[in-house]
Design a binder for this molecule. Structure first.
Ligand code: ZN
Length: 215
C-alpha cells in the first residue's frame, strides 16, 4: 500500500449496521439477512488527529471503529466483478454514536440520525491509495484507548464483504465519486470519556491518533 493522503472532497457517507456477527450479538440484535444501510452527514467528518471535541454530556457516546473506503468513480448497478475497481482509497473512521439517544429513537421507531450525525461524529483517518483490489479482501483494524486494545476486526469476519456492500448499495442508490462507505464495526463498542487517547491501526500500522475532549 502507498503513502497516506487526506481524503479528497467527500460526498455522501453510507454506513452499514451489524456487519460483524459478534457486534450484532453484543447489542442483542439479530444477525441481518441483507445489509442494513444508513447515512451520516458528511458535515460530521473531522480529521482523526489532534484533539476531537465531543458532546459527552448527552449520555453514552460510543466509538465504533470501522474500515472506510472512498470511491474514485461513480457507481450505479455495477457488475459484481468490477465494483471493487471503483474504490480508490481506504482508511479508518469512527462511527461515533450517541447510544442512549439511539435507543430512545429506536424505541419510538424513529430514524436515528440525531444519534449519528452530531458535530464531529465521524473522525476519519488519512487514507491509503488502493493499488490492487485484492488489498480490500484482507484488512485488519484495531483501536486502542489509553494503551489498551478495545476493538479488533478484519474483513474476513464481515457478514457482507466490501464487494457485497458495493453491489448491494449501488443496485439501489447511485454512488458518486467521493462517497465514503463505513463498513461496520466489530464487537466491543464502548463509551468515550474526557481525555481518552485513541490510536487506530490499519494492518498493524498506526494510521490515526487523537485525544477526546468534552465540548
Ligand atoms: Zn457503525
Amino acid at each position: 500500500m502507498s503513502s497516506l493522503t487526506t481524503a479528497k472532497t467527500i460526498g455522501s457517507i453510507y454506513c452499514v449496521g451489524r456487519n460483524y456477527a459478534d457486534h450484532a450479538k453484543e447489542l442483542n440484535n439479530p444477525v441481518p439477512k441483507e445489509p442494513i444501510i444508513f447515512t451520516k452527514s458528511p458535515a460530521c467528518i473531522v480529521p482523526f488527529e489532534g484533539k476531537i471535541l465531543l458532546p459527552l454530556n448527552l449520555g453514552r457516546c460510543d466509538y465504533e471503529t470501522e474500515i472506510a473506503v472512498q470511491l474514485g468513480n461513480d457507481l450505479y448497478q455495477g457488475d459484481r466483478n468490477q465494483v471493487l475497481e471503483v474504490v480508490s482509497d481506504v482508511g479508518i473512521a469512527l462511527d461515533l454514536t450517541l447510544r442512549d439517544k439511539q435507543n430512545e429513537l429506536r424505541a419510538k421507531k424513529y430514524p436515528w440520525d440525531l444519534a449519528k450525525s452530531f458535530a464531529n461524529a465521524c473522525p476519519l483517518s488519512k487514507l491509503r491509495k488502493v493499488d490492487h483490489v485484492t488489498e480490500l479482501e484482507e484488512l485488519e483494524i484495531r483501536l486502542e484507548v489509553n494503551g489498551e486494545v478495545r476493538q479488533q476486526g478484519s474483513t474476513k469476519q464481515m457478514l457482507f464483504s466490501i464487494q457485497d456492500l458495493l453491489c448491494f448499495i449501488s443496485q439501489q442508490i447511485p454512488l458518486r465519486s467521493g462517497d465514503i462507505i463505513l463498513t461496520g464495526t466489530p464487537a466491543n463498542v464502548g463509551p468515550l470519556n474526557n481525555n481518552d487517547y485513541l490510536v487506530a491501526f490499519l494492518n498493524g500500522e498506526v494510521i490515526a491518533e487523537a485525544e477526546i475532549i468534552r465540548k
